[in-house]
Write a protein that binds this ligand. Structure first.
Ligand code: HEM
Length: 526
C-alpha cells in the first residue's frame, strides 16, 4: 500500500518527467519561436490610439472547455464527449458549435487550432518555407528514440529541419520520378490482373465478397512491395498469406494506437499504457516482417546481380552513400508500411462511390473499353485517353479522402479568420470538411466526377482537395498511388459490374477508414 508521502513523491516524479524530456516537441519549438518574438527581443510597439479594438489572439478562439491544467482539453476524447473512432464527426460537431476556427489544447495546454475557411487554409499552406514543419507523431518518435539499434533518426514522416531535408533529398527522388512510374507500369498491370483474378475467386455464389477491405489491403501491400522491393511477393495469391494478414493487422493496430496516444490523455509519457504497448508491439511486428522481406530481397539481389527496371527504388535507397544501413532499412520499411492501408482504404472508397452511382459506372466503363478493349494492357497512352477515370478518382478524394486534414506548425506569425497566431502554433487545415461546403463546391455532398472535366472546378480545388498534402512535405507516394489506383480501378471496372448494398460506415483510425466488413458484389461483364 502506498503512503500519502509515496503518492506525493510519485506525483512529483510524474510532473518532473512531464516537465523534462517528455515535454511535447512542438511545445519547445513554440516557446523558442515565441521567445524570438517576445517583447525583450522586439522594439517596443508604438503607442496605439485608445479606440483601436484589441486584436484577437489564439486565446480568444472558441473551443471545448474547460482546459485542464497540464492536460489541456484532450479529455474530450477520453471521457466520452466524443468517440475516439469518430474523431472526424467530432470536428464536424466542433465547427458547428464554435464556428470556423476551433482551439483545442494538447499537453501543457499548447493550443492546436483547427481551421475550416478556405482563405485561412490557403494562407497556411501557401506560406510553405524551405523546411515545412508538420507536427510529429510523438509516440513513434518516442519509441524510435528508445531503439538506437534500429533507428538513427525519427524517419522521414517525423523528422524536421535539416535532417528531414537530407532524408527527403536522398530517399525520395527515385520514388517521385515520372520515369520510375513509367517503367513500373507493365508490372502494375500484372498486379492489377492478379487482383481481378483474386476477386473472381473470392466471390460467393451471388458474386459477393464480404470483407473486400482485406483484399484491398493485400493489393496495397503487394503493389507497394513490388514498387519498393522490385519484386512480386505473392500477397494476391488465392490462399491468404499469413504474413500479409499479420502485417496488415499490425499496420491497423499501429494507426489506432497512434490515434489513441495522440488524441487521448498523455499518460503513455510516464508509463507504458495499453495504447503504448500496442504501438510498440505493432511497430516491432512491422519491422520484423518487412525487415525479413528486405533481407530476402537483398540476398536475391546479390545472387542474381540483376538490375531490373522495377528495382530502381530499392537500389536507389540501398546505394545512397550518405546513409547508415539502419536509415536505409527504416526508410524501406516506412515506405511499405505507408502504402498498405492508405492505398487499400482509398481503393475501397473509390469503388464504393462508383458502385453507388450506376450512371457514373456506366460512363466510366464505356470510356475504359474505348480506351483499352478487354484483354489489352493499360499503357500511358490508354490512361491519357481516360479523363473520366481520373475524374472519378479525384472526386472520390474530395468526398471520402483517406487523409482528411493537413497539419502544419506555422513558422511565421499570421492572421487566420481574424485571429493572430504566433509562429510555432499547430494548425490543422480541415481540407475534407471545407471541400464539403456548398460555398466551395456546388452540390458539395454529391459525388459528381464531371466537375473535374474541362479544366476542373477551379481555384477551390487548389488548396481544398489535397489527398497527398502539399508543398515540400507532400506525400512522396503520390505519383505511384495515382497510377496504381488508375490501373486497378480501370481493370476492375472493365472486368466487373461492381455493386454495394447500403451505406459504407466510416471510422477514424488516424486515417479515415471504411468501417468493415465492406460487402461488394462483383458480377462478370457479359
Ligand atoms: C492513398 C495513399 C496515400 C495517401 C492518401 C497519402 C497521404 C499522405 C499525406 C496527406 C501526407 C502528408 C503530406 C503533407 O503533410 O503535406 C503523406 C506523407 C507521406 N507519405 Fe503518403 N499517402 C499515401 C501513400 C503513400 C505511399 C504508398 C508511400 C510510400 C511509398 C507514402 C509515403 C509517405 C511519406 C514518407 C510521407 C512523409 C513525407 C514528408 O514528410 O516528407 N505515402 N502521405
Amino acid at each position: 500500500m502506498l503512503s500519502a508521502v509515496d503518492l506525493v513523491a510519485l506525483l512529483l516524479f510524474g510532473v518532473v518527467l512531464l516537465c523534462s524530456e517528455f515535454r511535447t516537441k512542438w511545445g519547445w519549438l513554440r516557446l523558442r519561436k515565441s521567445k524570438a518574438l517576445s517583447p525583450a527581443n522586439t522594439p517596443p510597439p508604438s503607442p496605439k490610439p485608445k479606440t483601436e479594438p484589441r486584436r484577437k489572439t489564439v486565446q480568444d478562439i472558441p473551443g471545448p472547455w474547460p482546459s485542464l491544467p497540464v492536460l489541456g482539453t484532450r479529455w474530450i476524447y477520453s471521457l466520452g464527449v466524443y468517440k475516439m473512432d469518430k474523431i472526424h464527426e467530432a470536428y464536424e460537431d466542433m465547427f458547428n458549435r464554435y464556428g470556423p476556427v476551433v482551439r483545442e489544447e494538447a499537453l501543457w495546454q499548447i493550443p492546436v487550432v483547427s481551421i475550416l475557411e478556405r482563405s485561412a487554409i490557403e494562407t497556411v499552406l501557401r506560406s510553405s518555407t524551405k523546411y515545412p514543419l508538420r507536427p510529429p507523431t510523438e509516440v513513434t518518435a518516442h519509441y524510435r528514440q528508445s531503439r538506437p539499434d534500429r533507428y538513427t533518426n525519427l524517419g522521414l514522416v517525423n523528422e524536421q529541419g535539416e535532417t528531414w531535408h537530407q532524408l527527403r533529398s536522398v530517399l525520395t527522388p527515385e520514388l517521385t520520378s515520372a520515369k520510375t512510374m513509367l517503367r513500373f507500369l507493365p508490372e502494375l498491370n500484372t498486379v492489377a490482373s492478379d487482383m481481378t483474378t483474386l476477386l473472381a475467386a473470392s466471390r460467393d455464389s451471388n458474386g459477393v465478397i464480404t470483407r473486400f477491405e482485406e483484399l484491398a489491403n493485400r493489393l496495397g501491400l503487394e503493389s507497394t512491395c513490388t514498387l519498393i522491393l522490385g519484386r512480386r511477393m505473392g500477397f494476391l495469391d488465392e490462399k491468404v498469406d499469413p504474413q500479409a494478414a499479420k502485417l496488415a493487422a499490425a499496420v491497423k493496430v499501429h494507426f489506432c494506437a497512434s490515434r489513441d496516444t495522440f488524441y487521448g490523455l498523455p499518460f503513455w509519457k510516464v508509463m507504458p499504457t495499453k495504447a503504448y504497448k500496442e504501438l510498440v508491439e505493432s511497430e516491432e511486428t512491422i519491422y520484423d516482417i518487412i525487415s525479413g522481406l528486405v533481407d530476402a530481397a537483398l540476398a536475391e539481389e546479390q545472387q542474381t546481380a540483376q538490375v531490373d527496371a522495377v528495382q530502381s527504388v530499392f537500389l536507389a535507397v540501398l546505394n545512397a552513400p550518405e546513409l547508415d544501413i539502419r536509415d536505409k532499412k527504416a526508410a524501406i520499411i516506412d515506405f511499405i508500411a505507408a502504402g498498405i492501408q492508405t492505398l487499400g482504404n482509398t481503393l475501397v472508397f473509390v469503388l464504393y462511390l462508383i458502385a453507388k452511382h450506376p450512371h457514373v459506372q456506366k460512363r466510366l466503363y464505356e470510356e475504359l473499353i474505348a480506351a483499352a478493349p478487354a484483354g489489352s494492357p493499360w499503357t500511358a497512352q490508354n490512361l491519357r485517353n481516360a479523363p473520366y477515370l481520373k475524374a472519378c478518382i479525384m472526386e472520390a478524394f474530395r468526398v471520402l479522402p483517406t487523409a482528411p486534414c493537413v497539419a502544419r506548425i506555422i513558422d511565421t506569425d499570421m492572421v487566420l479568420s481574424g485571429y493572430h497566431l504566433n509562429a510555432g502554433s499547430v494548425v490543422l487545415c480541415h481540407t475534407w470538411l471545407a471541400g464539403l461546403k456548398e460555398s466551395n463546391f456546388p452540390a458539395a455532398h454529391e459525388y459528381r466526377p464531371e466537375r473535374w472535366l474541362n479544366g476542373g472546378p477551379g481555384s477551390a480545388a487548389t488548396f481544398l482537395v489535397l489527398p497527398f498534402g502539399c508543398g515540400r512535405r507532400m506525400c512522396p507516394g503520390k505519383r505511384f498511388v495515382e497510377q496504381a489506383l488508375q490501373v486497378v480501378v480501370a481493370q476492375t471496372i472493365r472486368d466487373f459490374d461492381v455493386g454495394f448494398d447500403g451505406d459504407l460506415g466510416l471510422q477514424f483510425e488516424f486515417l479515415l477508414t471504411p468501417q468493415g466488413p465492406a460487402s461488394f458484389t462483383f458480377r462478370d461483364r457479359v
